[in-house]
Design a protein around this ligand. Structure first.
Ligand SMILES: [Zn+2]
Ligand SMILES: [Zn+2]
Ligand SMILES: [Zn+2]
Length: 139
């Protein structure tokens, strides 16, 4: 009798494991003690909007000095308009590598060639198309 019960239990738990974990938002994730806000889905800064292998950075917003994984996360969760970092402040640490937890300055990040200088994790090169949402650009 006991063995049968155990068998059923094992069967149940293996079925539960086989189910794909849904991408539910964490309320807040923390990477090496740095809080990341918005709709994060893991502890490497991936969010509901951007969650490929390469989406492992969060950006600190000038307006609230809080890290968010992306612009949409800030738009949906923050209660204010976003502000971009002016060029004069590009030496501010405002990029968080979700893999190793190190913080890069905006200048470091832009010069990084989409590779974390600390842990060599690859960053999404597509992010550069969205620089204007976070940083002052020349136009
Ligand atoms: Zn903000
Ligand atoms: Zn997002
Ligand atoms: Zn890193």
């Amino acid at each position: 009798m006991k063995t049968l019960l155990l068998f059923i239990l094992v069967l149940f738990s293996s079925q539960a494991m086989a189910q794909q974990a849904p991408l539910l938002p964490l309320v807040k994730s923390s990477i090496k003690g740095v809080n990341v806000y918005g709709k994060t889905v893991d502890n490497q800064t991936r969010c509901q909007h951007w969650h490929s292998d390469l989406d492992v950075i969060a950006i600190k917003f000038k307006c609230c000095e809080k890290y968010y994984p992306c612009f949409s996360c800030h738009e949906e969760e923050a209660d204010h308009k976003p502000q971009v970092w002016p060029k004069a402040e590009f030496d501010t640490k405002a990029i968080l590598c979700g893999v190793c937890g190190s913080e890069l300055t905006i200048a470091d990040y832009q010069a990084s060639g989409n590779t974390c200088p600390n842990c060599t994790a690859a960053f999404n090169p597509g992010c550069s198309k969205h620089y204007h949402l976070y940083f002052e650009t020349v136009d």
